[in-house]
Ligand binder design. Structure first.
Ligand code: CS2
Length: 490
């Protein structure tokens, strides 16, 4: 079958949308760190739309921080790829053309820093996942003992971490007499812009104090809230896309039709016309962030653990289970009072829309995928909400079940006794704790609650919380996820 390339675009089937601007004139303006499916399904589509509407020097240079696979798939297709949007009513296909080049940091750190330091680079955006910030998720502070940070401080020209790469790029620009770029975090972290600013400042201060002050005075770190459900692409997706478009694409992205992007409009050197194509430019991102992290991601994680334990492979299956759907309603009822509604949003309607998005039968988002990296996700998805509810003296039953389900999941065996492939930076420590505690809910919950990087020093002292978690965990061991969730709404 013919491969997707610029020369072969004429071979696309009718109905597949293709870049409507002169791609030969595209020059780079954005360097994106962490070029995974999410960025290609979100930031790149907004940028593609902006290029079509108001063309400018906003091509994207993608950078992979670990593996070469995205580059190896995209380079033979001139950076082009298919975005397949799966609506319940049927698929919508589009070729995205805004990626000009993909660099692989471990192979060519010097080329990546040079690209970031080039005068035409005006934005460095990031989707490096929670753990990619090398920070303590409970406090937001740089982990000075993180292996990548230790490495980057002693190898400033060959950094591995996103923070090390950004600082190296800023340092090179300052030395060349250039201004800084905007560093735009697009990860699911609360106050992502402020957190990134603090990490960059602290890292820079460890190597060069003058640089840190220059960044403080001149840098721009807008906060942003990103949203689109983009499950990992499978081999079946690749085959389906080829059939639908007529061209073979080794790197298609699959997403839901819904998308949202709220961005704090503070850029150091301009930006694409994202505001003309649906992004919301706002002065305060926090209300959007709270709503999304607590209501979407908090529900996603809780459902992923309970759903996985109950034997559901995907979010659509889990949220289609009436018992778990009732659990979600109870969970949202606990979350909503802690969320200040963004202007014009009715939170109950937002929850209804989330349930419909989760149930989209055309999207196969694996519970196992969302269950990954719980140690990095729980603090902003569930624990902040729990703190607020405890302070208000309000019930936390559903939230505590989300935490207990995470504990049951990281104990490493499912309800049929099969091993769970637990992926988490702290997986080894979970396995050790689970081995010691066995199926003793009191011992396991006490041991896991003692991980300060997740629960801080306050939550283990909140008896109402620790008792609810322990009780739920005992029930999960005894009668399973489904019966435990059912007993909450009984
Ligand atoms: C999910 C998110 O994998 C996960 O943890 O909760 O990736 C979620 O799909 C996105 O944040 C939706 O915008």
């Amino acid at each position: 079958m013919t491969r997707l390339t610029v020369a072969n675009l004429a071979g696309l089937k009718a109905g597949v949308r293709r870049p409507a601007y002169d791609r030969a004139r595209l020059t780079p303006g954005i360097v994106h760190l962490g070029l995974g499916a999410f960025a290609r399904g979100h930031l790149c589509e907004y940028t593609e739309d902006a290029l079509e509407l108001d063309f400018g020097a906003w091509g994207v240079t993608g950078a992979s921080l670990q593996r070469p696979d995205q580059r190896d798939r995209l380079a033979p297709q001139d950076g082009l790829y298919t975005l397949l949007k799966r609506a319940p009513a049927g698929p919508e296909l589009r070729i995205i053309g805004c990626i000009g080049e993909v660099l692989v940091a471990p192979e060519s750190p010097v080329a990546l820093i040079a690209r970031i330091a080039a005068p035409e680079t005006r934005i460095v955006s990031l989707t490096v996942t929670e753990k990619g910030y090398c920070h303590d998720p409970a406090t937001g502070k740089l982990k000075a003992d993180h292996p990548d940070i230790i490495h980057d401080l002693s190898h400033p020209l060959a950094p591995r971490s996103a923070v090390g790469i950004i600082v190296a790029g800023l340092k090179a620009r300052r030395a060349a007499g250039l201004g800084p770029f905007t560093a735009l975090s697009c990860d699911n972290l609360p106050h992502n812009g402020g957190v990134l600013r603090g990490l960059v400042r602290d890292f820079a201060a460890l190597s060069d104090d003058g640089l840190s002050q220059w960044i403080e005075a001149n840098g721009a770190f807008p906060a942003s809230m990103v949203d689109r459900i983009v499950p990992a692409t499978t081999e079946a997706d690749i085959a389906e896309v080829a059939g639908l478009t007529g061209l073979e694409d080794a790197a298609p992205v699959i997403g839901e039709p819904f998308r949202q992007w709220a961005i704090q409009d503070v850029f150091a050197a301009g930006r694409p016309a994202w505001h003309e194509v649906g992004a919301q430019m706002v002065s305060e991102v926090a209300p959007f962030e709270f709503m999304k992290l607590r209501m979407l991601n908090g529900a996603h994680s809780s459902l992923a653990y309970l759903g996985y334990l109950a034997g559901h492979e995907t979010v659509a299956e889990a949220s289609g289970d009436p018992v778990l759907a009732r659990f979600l309603q109870g969970l949202w009822a606990e979350i909503i009072p802690t969320v200040p509604a963004p202007q014009g949003v009715v939170l109950a309607d937002y929850a209804d829309a989330l349930l419909a998005r989760f149930r989209n039968p055309a999207i196969r988002h694996r519970t196992w995928q969302i269950a990954m990296d719980g140690s990095q996700k729980l603090p902003q998805r569930l624990l902040g909400t729990i703190r607020d509810r405890l302070k208000a003296g309000a019930p936390i039953d559903h939230l505590a079940l989300g935490v207990a389900a995470w504990m049951r999941y990281v104990s490493g065996t499912d309800e049929k006794g099969a091993a769970i492939d637990v992926r988490d930076p702290l997986a080894a420590s979970f396995a050790e704790k689970a081995k010691e505690a066995g199926r003793n809910a009191a011992a396991l919950s006490r041991s896991l609650l003692g991980i300060e990087a997740i629960f801080g020093s306050d939550l283990p002292r909140e008896e109402r919380f620790t008792q609810a978690v322990e009780r739920h965990l005992a029930a999960l061991f005894e009668k399973g996820a489904k019966a435990t969730a059912a007993s909450l709404s009984a």
